[in-house]
Design a protein around this ligand. Sequence first.
Ligand SMILES: [Zn+2]
Length: 261
Amino acid sequence: MIDTHCHLDSPAFDGDREQALARARAVGVTDVVIPAVEPSGWAGLLTFGASHPGVHVALGIHPQALPGMAPASDDRHLADLESLLARGGAVAVGECGLDGPSVEAGAPLDRQRAVLRGHLAIAGRLGLPVLLHSLRAHDAMLEELARDGLPAGGVLHSFSGSAEQVPPLAALGLHFSFAGPVTYEGARKPLAAARAVAPDRLLVETDAPDQSPHPHRGTRNEPAHLPLVLGAVALARGATPAELDRLTTENARRLLRLTPT
Ligand SMILES: [Zn+2]
């Protein structure tokens, strides 16, 4: 099982990071992908990934980190990002993406789009996949991706769109990763979306420490909760957890070019 999106570098894990990883391994999570959220975390994340087999990292700037950063430094951060990524050690570009205008305290959409475009250009030049965040911004995201393309593919993480939004995004080469909301009581939209994704484009994640699956909702999430997400997606698709594990693990390995550990 591969947790394709887990913020294990978050301060929420400062007290038990190694133990959280051990608990995940104990339930069958062989690999964890940690996407960076801001430049200050990049170096530490590369070191952490290099010293933990099965831990893979991605480097990028989360749109929610932008309000805390000076707009004048965006270009410098993107240049630093490209030179770090060019040295190797990361499996993808991200986390990057867009928050819709209705998301509180977000950066202006123009700035978000410019920074996202910077990430997409780097991914294109380096041939890396992209880990994308899109919250209430699927139309703007479609426009950006349609313009720049995804030569090495990408993932819409914790996909929150509808089943109808899957085909146009899939046509751009995207994978779709599902998180805790598929386990929530009365979850209809995420389950319908999970059914609409082609088998070879499906991934699972925890998005820990956020989005704890049922019955842990409201508490800190951790990668050991991944089987709950996987189980809910399997049930929705009429597959066994073992079948869905095999499928999503193969998909993650292929997209992120991971070798079995
Ligand atoms: Zn994230």
